[in-house]
Design a protein around this ligand. Structure first.
Ligand SMILES: [Zn+2]
Length: 103
């Protein structure tokens, strides 16, 4: 179980790997930064897909091993990623983000 010291959403200025899926996201990505006090001070970055995945499927006390969300459930994770991408695309009026016009 984690002791969360702080959690905030930032727009990254450097590339950061997401704790939940292990994907490295480029600067300018909106990610959640969680600082916890498990082993000294730990800072983890979470992408939107993993945040949503945690909201839906995990209990607040569940411990996530780095990269586990996408590794353990690639189809479920991908479904959420596409859902968020489509929602984002329509919200911003852009249908072709990331070259994924077919979605
Ligand atoms: Zn992630």
């Amino acid at each position: 179980m984690s002791t969360i010291l702080s959690a905030k959403t930032v727009t990254t200025r450097k590339p950061h790997a997401c704790w939940g899926c292990g994907i490295k996201y480029p600067p300018g990505t909106e990610m959640k930064v969680v600082t916890s006090a498990d082993r000294g001070l730990d800072t983890a970055y979470w992408c939107r897909t993993c945040q949503e995945y945690c909201n839906r499927y995990l209990e607040p006390d569940d411990v996530v091993v780095s990269g586990e969300l996408r590794f353990e459930d690639p189809e479920g994770w991908e479904a959420i990623r596409q859902e968020l991408e489509q929602r984002g695309a329509s919200a911003y009026g852009m249908g072709c983000r990331s070259g994924r016009c077919e979605l």
